[in-house]
Write a protein that binds this ligand. Sequence first.
Ligand SMILES: [Zn+2]
Length: 115
Amino acid sequence: MMVNPTGFARCQRCRQLCRPRKGNPNSRPFRKAAEGLCVNCAVTEFLKTTEPISGLLSGIGPEVLLRFDLQRQVGNIMSAGNCDASLSEISWQTVVDQWDLPMPKLRRGITRKGV
Ligand SMILES: [Zn+2]
């Protein structure tokens, strides 16, 4: 990914400008990185690839993520994993709106970045 002189880079999925960060290697389920996905796409990828969440969401649709109690559950997963992103950084409306965007093929080990 090209990092432009202002220090911003584009998300490889939704093309949103974000600011790359050095991530905490122990951060789960995703972490900030020099390139890759914005936080909305990172949480989307996590939700789409983690059972039983992914099966649940494909059954009832991603709109359920607009419910605060579900968002809090995701926040619990993030804080349990010492995630270096916080729940307040996530735009759930964007996650739902962009749910069907394809995931880019990312190089192993460089998968996430902060906003
Ligand atoms: Zn994105």
